[in-house]
Design a binder for this molecule. Structure first.
Ligand code: GLU
Length: 585
């Protein structure tokens, strides 16, 4: 069935280069979105069917999971331009089957060299959001190249080809793309380059029309020769111009210029870093370490939860501990986490079982939020989109990348077709804290790309966008799967609740109307309703070489999961559940 998708892609690729924006042409068919796929061979799950299809195509042509992840990420930069792209950054977690180890790549944006701890002080948040000042030095392209240099088997240029074709030929505007454009229209209208590209007739392109980005196609053609063509030379000069002299429409006076220089771009690196690791019920949970707070916060919460037999408790009591463990971990995250090259982070203490026991002792039958941070320093011991790809050899990539807010800074680099991030708004605006700005520093992230191993082999990989809720989404999916016995698709679909050490738990309507929520209210939990939390993707690795790729069935319009050799859906679902149960025993 997937073969039909390739035909659709070929049609798209054959369309000649027209002007940017949308045209109301009859659209060739696009891949069908399905949120769950089970089978054998490699697998991919992303928020978009064209991106998932690009990953599967690379796998079919003999590429590995890292090759396929880069191809899918490049497509996401085209079809999800408000969530991610070469103007932003992210974190990639890779499991290498050959050496049975997990490594991570830190592609977080950095503050320019002219940044100081007081650069953002007193600036209203909204003004930092749509500005040159909030733009960090992008990390995405160096991340892709670092991953390919260490693990890849194909050249960057080849992996960018599907994305380039889609940028040139266009893709069909769906409701999510339309809504995200409309929600940002006022911001986008401030910039000549952004309104030309995303508001072609002064408004968001209608659903069902075809959106083309020939300038981005051209940019992808140029960067195929490697990251230096982006971090130096013409593209670098265009980025610096856009940041320092934002391309505002006449009369727009409220856009602060930024501080980035050519030297800042030339100096950017995406280093390999050790992953965080915690043991959880016999599994090894690997996550992203600082400057992301994802791995440490998910890890600390899991360590706290390991002291309870969640599977044996009522669901309501288990959820109480989930919310409290998350709140306690957030109290620590908020105080201690920042860029490890600038602040000393008591990471080993935060991830120590002995420290988790101290934190667990603070949990009573009713909620204790807000909790003060603890002191993990005495404890020794061991230590905004997500895509997940695996290949038939057992390699796995769990990759979250972003341009921070939907639409990033709102600034499209003139002539190059991509949005710049506003990641520096993830700093604390006040000086003197672990996450205060500094020259060359990376703002604290919440991104939580996660890979769980069982006996050294992949068990499940997940991640999600969603700012600080990323952490609780990853945590909740793991608890749903590991403790509550849900399949990965069930664990992803289940209603979400996010407790980040605040007076109220942010929760989806489906959670708030559940009987558990009523019981949790009696324990003092207060809920604030939010329509959707996160947009997760993941892959579960089942016995017998079976895999289930899973994406959101509903949230953000649903995602797209595919496997190389699908098995019949109903059979596969039953088998996945049965095998999952056995795997846990
Ligand atoms: N900037 C956020 C972070 O790094 C991710 C953006 C989002 O998903 O909202 O934590």
């Amino acid at each position: 069935m997937r073969r039909e998708f390739l035909v659709a892609l070929a049609v798209v690729a054959a369309v000649a280069l027209p002007a940017p924006g949308q045209v109301a042409a009859a659209a060739p068919p696009e891949p069908v979105k399905q949120a769950t796929a089970t089978g054998t061979g490699g697998a991919a799950s992303t928020v978009d069917a064209l991106a998932t299809e690009a990953a599967l195509d690379i796998l079919d042509r003999g590429g590995n999971a890292v090759d396929a992840a880069v191809a899918a990420a490049a497509v996401l930069g085209v079809v999800e331009p408000f969530s991610c792209g070469i103007g932003g950054g992210g974190f990639m977690v890779v499991y290498s089957a050959a050496d049975r180890s997990v490594t991570t790549i830190d592609g977080r944006e950095t503050a320019p060299g002219a940044y100081t701890p007081t650069t953002l002080q007193g600036i209203p948040f909204a003004e930092a959001v749509t500005s040159g000042l909030g733009v960090g030095v992008p990390g995405t392209l160096r991340t892709w190249q670092a991953a390919l240099d260490r693990f890849g088997t194909m050249k960057l240029q080849r992996l960018l080809a599907p994305a380039k074709s889609i940028a040139a030929g266009g893709f069909v505007v769906d409701q999510t793309f339309h809504d995200q454009t409309a929600a940002n229209a006022a911001r986008f209208a401030k910039f000549t380059s952004t309104s030309e590209l995303f508001l072609p007739d002064g408004e968001a392109p209608p659903v069902g029309t075809r959106f083309r980005n020939p300038e981005l196609a051209k940019t992808y053609a140029q960067i195929g020769s490697g990251p230096d063509s982006f971090y130096r030379g013409k593209i670098a000069a265009a980025i610096v111009d856009a940041v320092r002299t934002p391309p505002v429409e006449p009369g727009v006076t409220d856009v602060r210029p930024g501080l980035m220089t050519l030297a800042d771009l030339a100096a950017y690196t995406a280093p390999f870093r050790a992953p965080t690791r915690v043991g959880y019920r016999g599994l090894d949970v690997y996550g992203m370490g600082p400057p992301s707070s994802g791995g440490s916060t998910v890890g600390e919460a899991l360590n706290i939860l390991e002291g309870y037999d969640l599977a044996g408790l009522s669901r309501e009591e288990a959820l109480h501990y989930y919310l409290e463990a998350s709140a306690l971990a957030f109290a620590d995250r908020n105080l201690y986490l920042g860029d490890p090259d600038f602040v000393s982070i008591p990471l080993a203490g935060l991830l120590a079982d002995s420290y988790a026991a101290e934190r667990r002792a603070l949990i009573g039958p009713t909620t204790g939020v807000p909790y003060p941070p603890g002191d993990p320093t005495d404890n020794g011991g061991p230590s905004t989109t997500h895509l997940t790809v695996s290949d038939r050899h057992g390699n796995v990539v769990s990759y979250t990348f972003t341009i921070e807010q939907t639409g990033g800074s709102g600034i499209v680099v003139p002539g190059y077709g991509f949005l710049l991030n506003n990641e520096l708004t993830d700093f604390d605006f006040a000086p003197g804290r672990a996450n205060s700005p500094a020259a060359g520093k990376r703002p604290r992230s919440s991104m939580s790309p996660t890979i769980v191993l069982r006996d050294g082999r992949p068990y499940v990989a997940v991640g999600s966008p969603g700012g600080a809720t990323i952490i609780t989404t990853a945590l909740q999916i793991l608890v749903n799967e590991i403790d509550f016995g849900m399949t990965l698709p069930e664990a992803i679909a289940a209603p979400r609740a996010s407790q980040r050490n605040l007076a109220t738990v942010q929760a989806e309507p489906g959670f708030i109307v559940s009987p558990e929520a009523t019981a949790l209210a009696a324990r003092g939990h207060r809920f604030a309703s939010t329509p959707e939390i996160g947009a997760a993707t993941g892959i579960a690795f089942l016995p017998g070489g079976f895999v289930t790729a899973a994406a959101e069935p509903i949230r953000r319009g649903g995602g797209s999961a595919m496997v190389q050799e699908p098995t019949a859906p109903t059979l596969a679902g039953t088998r996945a559940k049965a095998q999952r149960g056995r795997a846990l025993r």
